[in-house]
Design a protein around this ligand. Structure first.
Ligand SMILES: Cc1ncc(COP(=O)(O)O)c(C=O)c1O
Length: 358
């Protein structure tokens, strides 16, 4: 395994923590706003759960997942398979293994991306190729799995339907699986992200496709561990079989909470508005402080650069009591950017803007 990246940030965190008005931690995308009351009530109401839960999810959860992917992704509810996961990180880390990908196989991941795609390939013993365009990969028959992530963590880039469609066609021709991580689908700002399940990408055919979703950011449920996959029924059923054997079961109270979260969109709009406001404040402050913002059309981060080594930029922020993530965490090509998360309270975001203005 690579070094756990966040350990490398400890010295900058100590430095930022010495600011007289306290640290503003914008390094992690961890939600800070309350869990909506209706979701907490559903969790509490389901807390008497002595028996083993269903790995496939309760009928109520399966219905809520299916109807959500129909509404939010444009998926056909009669054709799409769904399966709850214990947050999406475990699924990302274990997907290659669960699919039987292993030594001699290749997993393609974006050049700059969420580090767990690489971790998952390594856990399975597969080779990792970083590429944004599959023409760069060439006709390699060893490719078994292709990850896409739109909106992207960390860059906020949104992949247009035509790009996703090309990726899907390429993978299908080779019998590879496309895993589309759509954790940030509800956070489009300047561009509206499209799911890989949408007819514009899939033509309503989900063969070789799975979309990976999470309620961590949409509903402030990172602490509950609530995610799911949706797509090709044969793949979903293969995943279910292994996950049943391996005990990868979402706890029953979380399943009930997830139904409440998926059935309500009011809290999603409210949370989106909070992030939109924080984004405006931080974006404006960063630009005034001389930063250039790349992509960042959607998602939970601003991808900022002063065209210098990312660790120099991390130190610059730390001197002002602000902690950001070095772009290098997300791949060598990110080494001149930093990632600034929108997940801090309004008060901390205002403090960061104030410090950047000095
Ligand atoms: C792109 C991406 N995928 C997956 C995850 C995992 O989220 P969770 O395990 O909370 O569902 C994250 C978390 O930040 C992420 O940024």
């Amino acid at each position: 395994m690579p070094d756990f990246p966040w350990d490398l940030l400890a010295p900058a965190k100590t430095r930022a923590g010495q600011h007289p008005d306290g640290i503003v931690d914008l390094s992690m995308g961890t939600p800070v706003d309350p869990v909506p009351a209706s979701i907490r009530a559903a969790l509490a109401a389901a807390s008497d759960a002595p028996g083993y839960p269903l790995t496939a999810g309760t009928p109520a959860l399966r219905a809520a997942l299916t109807s959500w992917v129909a509404r939010a992704c444009g998926a056909d509810p009669d054709l799409v398979g769904v399966l709850p996961t214990i947050g999406s990180k475990e699924l990302v880390a274990w997907l290659p293994t669960l699919l039987g990908v292993g030594p001699g196989d290749v997993v393609v991941i974006p050049r700059i991306c969420y580090p767990t795609y690489e971790v998952g390939a390594r856990l399975a013993g597969a080779e990792v190729v970083r590429a944004d365009s599959l023409t760069a990969v060439g006709p390699d028959p060893r490719v078994r799995l292709v990850w896409v992530n739109s909106p992207s963590n960390p860059t906020g880039q949104v992949l247009p339907p035509a790009h996703l469609r090309k990726t899907v066609d390429w993978a299908r021709e080779r019998g590879a699986v496309v895993a589309s991580d759509e954790c940030y689908l509800s956070l489009g700002w300047e561009e509206a992200p499209t799911s890989v399940l949408h007819p514009d990408v899939s033509d309503g055919d989900y063969s070789n496709l799975i979309a990976v979703h999470s309620l961590s950011k949409r509903s402030n449920l990172a602490g509950y561990r609530a995610g799911f996959v949706a797509g090709d029924r044969a793949i979903v059923s293969a995943l279910l079989t292994v996950r049943k054997h391996a005990g990868m079961i979402m706890p029953a109270p979380v399943q009930a909470a997830m139904v409440a979260a998926l059935d309500d969109s009011e809290h999603v709009v409210e949370q989106r508005t909070r992030y939109a406001n924080r984004r405006e404040v931080l974006r404006d402050a960063l630009v005034k402080a001389g930063f250039e913002i790349g992509h960042s059309a959607a998602g939970l981060y601003l991808w900022a650069t002063r065209d210098e080594d990312c660790w120099t930029t991390v130190d610059w922020f730390a001197q002002r009591g602000i902690l950001v993530a070095p772009g290098e965490f997300y791949g060598p090509a990110g080494n001149r950017h930093v990632r600034v998360a929108l997940t801090a309270t309004d008060e901390r975001v205002a403090a960061a803007a104030d410090r950047l203005a000095r």
